[in-house]
Design a protein around this ligand. Structure first.
Ligand SMILES: *[C@@H]1O[C@H](CO)[C@@H](O)[C@H](O)[C@H]1NC(C)=O
Ligand SMILES: *[C@@H]1O[C@H](CO)[C@@H](O)[C@H](O)[C@H]1NC(C)=O
Ligand SMILES: *[C@@H]1O[C@H](CO)[C@@H](O)[C@H](O)[C@H]1NC(C)=O
Ligand SMILES: *[C@@H]1O[C@H](CO)[C@@H](O)[C@H](O)[C@H]1NC(C)=O
Ligand SMILES: *[C@@H]1O[C@H](CO)[C@@H](O)[C@H](O)[C@H]1NC(C)=O
Ligand SMILES: *[C@@H]1O[C@H](CO)[C@@H](O)[C@H](O)[C@H]1NC(C)=O
Ligand SMILES: *[C@@H]1O[C@H](CO)[C@@H](O)[C@H](O)[C@H]1NC(C)=O
Length: 468
């Protein structure tokens, strides 16, 4: 066993080196040292769902992304996705292409949504999920943006939405929950799915009109508030009931810790943590697990995107290779640059030309908090992005986690939007997730080595996930 393990790590290291020599501009694969017990951090599979929606009444060239996901029962799952039809035909999404992100169309097209029922099963012969579409509703009368699906304490399915109103700069969101109604007919294998009326989640304690990405706790009426920029302190709402949510002037609990303020002091806007998927109760019932999203200055990883204030002579050796952490920008920054860089990052060019990389890099991190009040966050992982095999000039850096579910008892499904163009499901074993979770004090001791790397697929050549 030990020998096999060593051989596997050697092979992984070997493919890693070859791979890096061939295409140095791909985000590097994660090494086992981002886990606490030297487990290779790999996913089981990645499955692209987007083709399931082709041929429906969706607009030609629709991008279908940021899928929320909740299990209905058995192999049936409910999905809420976002749809975008670019204003110009040449900028619309197309099967097999990943170079048509809506931001390149300036989001001037039409945004709608889809609710769908899927049948999901691990394909016994292949490293991916078998999928079938059991029914859907195209929600085209309004734009609901990103949803998060979850069940309340009575097992009823809801979608949490942050409905946009107005146009920038007079723009705000209204946070709501809507029931989701599902009726399946066994003999025809078809499900009807519809959205109920919205219930407003009122929180008067924030002066940010754009507060969204709140985190529903599956199986309850609780949600976590996403503090923009800092993530912590972990601040919690108990809405009481989603039929009549309680008006909130303040949080029901707040748990302070030192990691999040220190992370923020260290990186400022260079690297920010925020809410992503809903959270789910872990076995034993003592803690919840969630997948958050981070956003980072692209200069953390793409050397060509380093801002002008970086002393490049000190970091010249990095040029030509994608990095895995942000220590060099952190060390070169002062308080002003640390807090301004997200705006500066909007000038990201690839090799001096207008590239297709979004001006920020997005990714996932796992975290855990206590089920008991005051719900302190106890663990957090390094940053991971799904392995794409795409290089800096043809990836856009936008992967956005919108769902966390189970497949059987030992596997998690992470539902995410890929580059605002595709809807994907990554599966990963609970054991590998466990290994990624660091106790907060331990992570706090090594803020400088906070890593962002690509997580490949178990047993696949070079870690490449064969979802295509
Ligand atoms: C990156 O992608 C571009 C466009 O597909 C291609 O021309 C280039 O050769 C790729 N570079 C590497 C290092 O793989
Ligand atoms: C993992 O190892 C690499 C290479 O030795 C090192 O640069 C990096 O900081 C390590 N990462 C962590 C999280 O310890
Ligand atoms: C919405 O889609 C339906 C078909 O599902 C179509 O009849 C209707 O015209 C569409 N409405 C808008 C506003 O696009
Ligand atoms: C979500 O909550 C429901 C209770 O409403 C529970 O039955 C289900 O197992 C939970 N899902 C997960 C992934 O924990
Ligand atoms: C269920 O499907 C069958 C077969 O298509 C159909 O005959 C039946 O009317 C459906 N039942 C309901 C309640 O819609
Ligand atoms: C949990 O949060 C409470 C409230 O902020 C705080 O007093 C306590 O020190 C925290 N416990 C740990 C272990 O961080
Ligand atoms: C921070 O760094 C920037 C870029 O080097 C510089 O222009 C600015 O004056 C610095 N600000 C402070 C307060 O030192």
């Amino acid at each position: 066993m030990a020998f096999l393990g060593t051989l596997t790590s050697f092979l992984l290291l070997f493919t890693h080196i070859i791979h890096n020599a061939r295409a140095a501009s791909i985000h590097p694969l994660c090494g086992s040292n981002i886990t606490i017990d030297n487990v290779q951090p790999v996913a089981k599979s990645v499955t692209d769902l987007t083709a399931l929606f082709h041929g429906l009444e969706l607009p030609e060239g629709a991008c279908i992304f940021n899928p929320a996901l909740v299990q209905v029962s058995g192999p049936l799952y409910c999905l809420f996705g976002r749809i975008y039809e670019a204003s110009e035909p040449g900028k619309r999404c197309a099967p097999g292409r990943m170079d048509r992100p809506p931001f390149l169309d300036g989001w001037r097209g039409k945004s709608t949504n889809i609710l769908a029922i899927l049948w999901l099963r691990q394909d016994p012969n292949r490293r991916r999920l078998q999928t079938k579409l059991m029914g859907h509703t195209y929600i085209n009368a309004s734009n609901h943006e990103d949803g998060r699906l979850f069940k309340d304490s009575r097992g009823r399915i809801y979608v949490y939405l942050a409905l946009p109103i107005g146009v920038y700069p007079k723009r705000a969101v209204i946070n709501t929950v809507n029931r989701v109604f599902i009726q399946c007919n066994r003999s025809s294998s078809h499900c009807a799915v519809s959205l109920g009326y919205p219930r407003i989640l009122s929180f008067l304690g924030s002066d940010n009109a754009m507060d969204k990405n709140w985190v529903p706790w599956n199986g309850s009426e609780y949600m976590s508030f996403s503090h923009y920029g800092t993530f912590g302190p972990h601040s919690v709402f108990n809405w009481g009931s989603y039929d009549e949510p309680v008006l909130h002037i303040d949080f029901d609990s707040v748990a302070e810790d030192s990691l999040f303020p220190n992370f923020n002091k260290h990186y400022g806007h260079l690297l920010q943590l925020s809410g992503g998927s809903p959270v789910v109760l872990e076995p034993g019932g003592k803690s919840y697990l969630g997948v958050g999203h981070f956003k980072a200055h692209p200069g953390c990883f793409h050397p060509e995107a380093m801002p002008a204030w970086v002393d490049k002579s000190r970091f010249g050796h990095m040029v030509g290779q994608l990095g895995t952490n942000c220590a060099h920008l952190q060390q070169s920054s002062n308080e002003t640059t640390r807090s301004e860089v997200l705006r500066v990052a909007f000038n990201f060019l690839h090799e001096g030309k207008e590239g297709i990389h979004y001006p920020l890099d997005y990714g996932f991190f796992f975290y855990r908090f206590n089920a008991a009040a005051p719900h302190n966050i106890t663990h957090i992982s390094h940053g991971v992005i799904p392995y794409t095999w795409r290089n800096a000039s043809d990836h856009q850096g936008i992967v956005f986690p919108t769902g966390l579910e189970r497949l059987g008892s030992d596997t998690y499904i992470i539902a995410y939007g890929d580059e605002d163009q595709a809807s994907k499901l990554m599966t990963i074993s609970a054991r590998r997730v466990e290994a990624l979770l660091w106790p907060l004090p331990k992570m706090e001791q090594s803020l400088d080595t906070y890593t962002v790397c690509a997580i490949g697929c178990e047993g696949e050549e070079g870690g490449r996930c064969s979802y295509e």
